[in-house]
Write a protein that binds this ligand. Structure first.
Ligand code: CTP
Length: 405
């Protein structure tokens, strides 16, 4: 049953549907029909392999637009750049394993890939493949990679597969894809005009010019939050420690190394933002006097003197205006709830996102996370373990709910 609130979200929207070679392509006809019924304008681009599964004539009839399949036809060139610029969103459904791999690595051997690579619109993909292909490490890594480029991935569904097996990997049903798009268009502007500060990653505290004290944070969670905020229309400053992850397109990125540099960057930006999410794993201690030359191993032992860093979240909490929403994280190994609530009040935050290192699949390095959110008004929200992209959506939804309550 479709949600009435979202029913008009696709009215007048320009959807560029890319179809790649998968048996699920037979559902594209139903998808086009539903999109047109919902008021969208649809243009279709197909990979050569997709034509084995569905005829362009079916899709051109349903979309009432020519279907493009080749970079050039009858001596004329298909303008892939303008197609990508025309669209409000490029939807790739079904996304085959092969096209996914090409997207992850920037291959451009057909019109669909040329359109994808030159698209300035957001790209949403609905993968479809056999369960074993879906679970293969190469596929997992390609999915992560295209998400890091800023593409959104509609979760696959479970059920009967083309192989005859039952399992995970089916393309989301056309109805579900339409619902996903309706929700997407309803939320893309809910942070429009808002300024958001996000911190991500570890900090490195220099011992000497070649060594440092750091931690295992990868920055994935903060980067996913920044990406979600950009997708929802916010102007985002991402203050990021030394992380090897690709930063999302569209953020104002400030690269820092140490806790002191992160502090300075945040203090500068904070007075001007509406929302600040401190997801970095900031060092609590730094070296009192880092050596200016490489320390030689002349002595049998070495004592390093450490001093406390300044707590960025606490400093922001002290200067926070009532119109601003300040969100911190708490990474705990024991007495999780008690410690998280202590951080909420001592740092004067509005919300604390708790992740426990005791939860399997949660914490540093994983692509998933399991969180509980506590807010200043006494609310507590528990979430299932999910991808960091989905966790970022939950966090932003909770912030929006908190600021409207
Ligand atoms: N934080 C910060 N500045 C610091 C240390 C932490 O802004 N110098 C922020 C983190 O970004 C996070 C929150 O404080 O949002 C909690 O971090 P966490 O490491 O869980 O707790 P700490 O405050 O460092 O306390 P402890 O290590 O004793 O648990």
């Amino acid at each position: 049953m479709r949600d009435f609130y979202f029913t008009y979200m696709l009215q007048g929207k320009k959807i560029l549907l890319g179809i790649s070679g998968s048996i699920a392509a037979y559902k594209s006809a139903i998808l086009v029909r539903l999109l047109i019924k919902a008021g969208a304008e649809v243009k279709v681009v197909m990979s050569p392999a997709a034509e084995h599964f569905i005829a362009p004539l079916t899709l051109s009839t349903l979309s009432k637009n020519d279907v493009l399949t080749a970079l050039s036809e009858n001596d004329s060139w298909a303008n892939h750049v303008m197609l990508g610029r025309w669209a409000d969103v490029m939807l790739i459904a079904p996304l085959s394993c092969n096209t996914l791999a090409k997207m992850a690595h920037g291959l451009c051997d057909n019109l669909l890939m040329a359109v994808y690579l030159s698209a300035t619109s957001p790209v949403i993909a609905a993968p479809a493949m056999d369960e074993d292909m879906w679970k293969h490490p190469a596929t997992r890594s390609n999915i992560t990679r295209i998400e890091q480029f800023g593409n959104l991935v509609i979760p696959v569904e479970k059920g009967e597969l083309a192989s005859g097996l039952n399992g995970e990997g089916r393309m989301a049903e056309p109805e579900h894809i339409v619902t996903y798009l309706e929700h997407y268009f309803s939320k893309i502007s809910d942070l429009a005009g808002k300024k958001v500060l996000v911190t991500a990653g570890p900090t490195f505290e220099a011992i000497d010019p070649v060594r440092f004290i750091g931690n295992h944070s990868t920055g994935k969670m903060g980067i996913a939050i920044a990406r979600e905020c950009v997708a929802r229309g916010a102007y985002v400053t991402l203050v990021c420690g030394p992380s090897g992850e690709t930063l999302p397109a569209g953020v104002n990125a400030v690269r820092v190394t140490s806790a002191a540099e992160m502090y300075d960057a945040c203090i500068k930006v904070f007075p001007d933002v509406d929302i600040a999410v401190m997801s970095a794993a900031v060092a609590d201690y730094t070296i009192t006097n880092p050596a200016t030359q490489k320390i030689k191993k002349d002595h049998s032992s070495l004592v390093l003197e450490l001093e406390k860093t300044r707590d960025i979240l606490k400093a922001l909490g002290e200067q926070k205006k009532s119109s601003q929403v300040l969100v911190g994280f708490a990474l705990e190994t024991n007495n999780e709830k008690e410690n998280a609530l202590k951080k909420l009040s001592s740092k004067k935050a509005d919300m604390i996102v708790l992740n426990s290192l005791n939860d399997p699949g949660a914490g540093f390095g994983y692509d998933s996370n399991k969180i509980v959110i506590f807010d200043r008004k006494g609310q507590e929200y528990s979430f299932e373990s999910k991808s960091k992209t989905a966790v970022a959506t939950d966090i932003i939804n909770s912030i929006i709910k908190f600021s409207h309550a």
